[in-house]
Ligand binder design. Structure first.
Ligand SMILES: Nc1ncnc2c1ncn2[C@@H]1O[C@H](COP(=O)(O)OP(=O)(O)OP(=O)(O)O)[C@@H](O)[C@H]1O
Length: 329
């Protein structure tokens, strides 16, 4: 059996310049700092964390939209820089992105057929417009848009948010990808439709064997979609915990994950009263241009010890889990 991961990130860092004043030199923000991760065939990985922790940057590095400043990426075991032109194109096609804002992702002046047919013709998946029409209708049916012919001549503004998000998924699968990075794909969709879109992604994962990287700040949807998958918890540009999603949410190791779980509202008042809450020392994220020394989470962590302020904990294997916390060393 071939155990080579589809994609591997090795000690990847991405820094952005941030200007605070016109005459001051820019500061650096570590959007990703020394991040290593493997993405395997057919798995679902949920990437969670607060706003600004680096989730989108991670998604962009995976899709090749953001070049890292440091570190290496491997596609099917070969470092990206060493891929020949053919394999590099294959890599680009095999990783697709579905964005949060479906309106911005679709050209408002093009019909759904135009937006979907062009890449199919360009990549030689279909030979002509007649074949493209059949293929587009097949793809629309695959994302559960019944009576697909009625969507072909529509413009994005004539569709609902949920329908547009399905079109983005149809476009993403049209090139037979191996990985789809879905960045907050349901956060702008009506609450009542979110589950059906998550179910659709889970079905595409099962039927096509495509891996999903589901980026979200919402732990409940992360748990829902990645039921048998992994969770990657990020804090200020770093991965702090990785593990099976059910095990990690059921028994969170890193205090940051414990705090995220504490913050999820429980609708049942009795269960809400019984729920263990983890009070953070501060609710505010530190300035990302001046990350705290030692463990980046220590100023907010209720369990912080002396060494947490001095030494940065490494992400280490603890049983089935990877955790970056001195509590477990
Ligand atoms: N193009 C950019 N230029 C400068 N700084 C950036 C850029 N993109 C991201 N950043 C900064 O990098 C950090 C990580 O941003 P990123 O968008 O990856 O986080 P995120 O977890 O996806 O946040 P959100 O949930 O709000 O989308 C943030 O501090 C952000 O301000």
């Amino acid at each position: 059996m071939n155990n080579t991961p589809l994609l591997k990130l090795e000690n990847v860092s991405v820094y952005f310049e941030k200007r605070v004043g016109l005459f001051k030199p820019p500061s650096l923000v570590g959007a990703l700092v020394d991040v290593s991760l493997e993405v395997n065939k057919g798995e679902i990985i949920a990437v969670v964390g607060e706003s600004g922790c680096g989730k989108t940057t991670l998604g962009k590095v995976i899709t090749g939209l953001q070049h890292p400043n440091n570190g290496k990426l491997y596609y099917q075991g070969i470092e990206l820089n060493r891929l020949d032109k053919k394999r590099r194109n294959e890599y680009r096609e095999s990783i697709q992105m579905v964005q949060q804002d479906s309106f911005a992702a679709l050209n408002p002046k093009r019909t759904i057929f135009q937006s979907m047919a062009d890449p199919l013709i360009e990549k030689g998946i279909v030979k002509n417009r007649t074949e493209a029409k059949h293929k587009v209708m097949e793809l629309l049916e695959r994302v559960e848009l019944s009576a697909p012919e009625q969507y072909l001549e529509k413009y994005p503004h004539q569709l609902s948010g949920g329908q547009r998000q399905r079109i983005l998924l149809a476009r993403a699968i049209s090139l037979n990808p191996k990985i789809i990075v879905a960045d907050e794909p349901v956060s702008m969709v009506d609450v009542s439709l979110r589950v059906s879109i998550l179910n659709l992604m889970a079905r595409l994962n099962r039927e096509m064997g495509v891996s999903f990287i589901y980026i979200t700040h919402d732990l409940s949807t992360a748990r829902y979609i990645a039921q048998n998958g992994r969770i990657v918890v990020m804090y200020l540009g770093k991965i702090v915990e990785v593990g099976n999603v059910q095990e990690a949410i059921g028994d969170p190791k890193h205090p940051y994950l414990q705090a995220l779980i504490s913050a999820v509202p429980v609708p049942n008042p009795k269960l809400a009263r019984e729920k263990k809450m983890l009070a953070l020392k501060s609710i505010d994220l530190p300035d990302p241009t001046k990350p705290p020394k030692g463990c980046r989470f220590h100023p907010r962590c209720p369990y912080a010890m002396e060494k947490c302020a001095d030494y940065e904990p490494e992400l280490k294997k603890r049983g089935n889990r990877y955790v970056a916390c001195h509590l477990y060393s």
